[in-house]
Design a protein around this ligand. Structure first.
Ligand code: SF4
Ligand code: SF4
Length: 147
């Protein structure tokens, strides 16, 4: 089972991971020319924060072993896939209570800007062997590793 790991000391806040995530999930095309940074229906699933010491902190879903987002989801929209170990989100089952957003200790989940009724969540780039954010990180601040 592989997971995205983070080495915050290597993050230079270039935002390549953010662009990669948006390109990969863009229904209008997966290349940079099809990307509209203001398109609210295509939000990024990760983000970079700057802490009080002015360090860049990549905030990514950890697909936790004991995911609080799954434990607090009453509708069954958040599930841990027993085969891949990934935590998956089913929009159709979501009751928009946002308990998952409040319970994630990494603060990675957000409510979508367009409808304010769905969760914006990492899906590990379902159709790729390696998530595109990882491929696009020039410093290996995020990397994909067997756990
Ligand atoms: S959303 Fe948060 S709690 Fe859920 S698996 Fe990802 S990091 Fe863990
Ligand atoms: S691509 Fe890598 S270095 Fe650039 S912001 Fe993302 S995590 Fe940081």
């Amino acid at each position: 089972m592989k997971r995205i790991k983070i080495d915050k000391n290597k993050c230079m806040a270039c935002y390549n991971c953010i662009l990669a995530c948006m390109m990969e999930h863009n229904e209008k095309g997966k290349d940079i020319y099809s990307l509209d940074l203001e398109d609210k229906s295509n939000e990024c699933r990760n983000h970079i924060e700057v802490n009080h010491s002015k360090e860049n902190i990549p905030i990514f879903c950890r697909h936790c072993d004991e995911p609080e987002c799954v434990n607090t989801c009453m509708s069954g929209a958040m599930k841990k896939n027993p085969h891949t170990g990934y935590v998956e989100y089913d929009e159709e089952k979501c009751a928009s209570c946002f308990m998952c957003v409040m319970s994630c200790k990494y603060g990675v989940l957000k409510i979508d800007e367009e409808t304010k009724s769905k969760i914006v969540k990492c899906d590990m780039c379902e159709n790729r062997e390696t998530p595109r954010c990882v491929e696009n990180c020039p410093t290996r601040a995020i990397y994909f590793e067997e756990v």
